[in-house]
Design a binder for this molecule. Structure first.
Ligand SMILES: [Cu+2]
Length: 313
């Protein structure tokens, strides 16, 4: 019995939440035994359990898993294990291959999704400024988000470009990714212009919405002069009125919404109310701080703004 094994057995009681096989070994969700050692770079038993409990609720994107220096394994997770147009939460962990334990001292920087169009044009998309620690206090998990403007197709392909530091060693990686189209009736990102400046508005949580009153979270990002740089959250503040309509039901609307306004963290919050299931178009009117309409707010044949998003319940 080697030292790792002995330490592991001593600590296995505190890892009782992890699933055990016949040999009482602690196995992670990838089928590998997690060894808890006195390695200061890795998690303690308690920390490892927190990470394990967190990432078992999300799904890995298998094509993005990378071994680094034959020593570390980089893993990406999203709620569905895939990427799609519109907003995606992204979680990153690094494990030490020899122990399957999670490494705490990692840093991801210059995180840039890039699309190379068939025409040769290269552009980025809306994304969080950083992939970083987040408010749940789990030290070995990093969080960020990407909202894709387009899906992968014959018209163009996506890569994820970033630097990753693991302990003292930094590498630059460019990993191909596949971005799925959302189904018909789901449009969770759109763009608008104020003067010469282009913006994108992305719904964060439409997958959660149900009939009744829903809290809406959204980001508004600005496209920089260099389209190859990430489109980050704008410091301009807007108010966005949302008017729902049902195109399949004589364009009736739904009352009791509240406009989107930015909170202290730059996340837009509002309320949308749906009276029934089906396809809903969300017509947007963007106003500046003085209440002037700066985008949308025109009238289509049914009297609604042509700037719109779609959700299907
Ligand atoms: Cu594109």
């Amino acid at each position: 019995m080697n030292l790792f094994k002995r330490l592991f057995l001593m600590l296995s009681a505190s890892l009782s939440l992890l699933s055990c096989n016949d040999n009482d070994d602690v196995v992670d969700q990838f089928g590998q035994e997690i060894l808890i050692t006195d390695d200061v770079d890795c998690c303690s038993a308690d920390e490892a359990r927190q990470v394990y409990e967190f990432i078992r609720k999300v799904k890995e994107i298998p094509s993005l898993t990378q071994d680094i220096d034959n020593k570390y394994r980089l893993r990406f997770f999203t709620p569905t294990g895939t990427l799609h147009t519109g907003y995606n939460d992204i979680y990153v962990v690094v494990t030490k291959i020899i122990s399957a334990n999670y490494v705490k001292d990692i840093e991801i920087s210059n995180f840039t999704p890039l699309m190379t169009m068939a025409s040769g044009k290269v552009h980025s998309t809306s994304t969080s400024k950083t992939i970083d620690k987040f408010d749940n206090g789990i030290l070995a998990v990093r969080h960020g988000w990407i909202s894709f403007v387009m899906n992968s197709s014959d018209n163009g392909s996506w890569d994820l470009d970033f630097d990753i530091r693991i302990l003292k060693s930094t590498q630059h990686l460019t990993l191909p990714i596949s971005v799925d189209a959302l189904p018909e009736g789901q449009k969770w990102i759109t763009s608008f212009k104020v003067g010469e400046q282009s913006y994108h508005i992305s719904l964060v949580n439409p997958a959660e919405w149900k009939v009744g009153s829903n809290n809406v979270s959204a980001y508004i990002t600005s496209v920089g002069t260099d389209m190859k740089k990430p489109y980050v959250v704008t410091d301009k503040s807007f108010t966005v009125d949302i008017t729902p309509s049902m195109p399949d039901m004589d364009y009736h609307s739904s009352p009791e919404g509240e406009p989107l306004t930015a909170d202290a963290n730059g996340i837009y919050k509002g309320v949308v109310n749906f009276t029934m299931t089906g396809l809903w178009r969300l017509h947007l009117t963007v106003k500046d701080n003085a209440g002037n309409i700066v985008a949308g707010g025109d009238e289509n044949d049914h009297g609604f703004s042509t700037l719109s998003l779609e959700v299907s319940l």
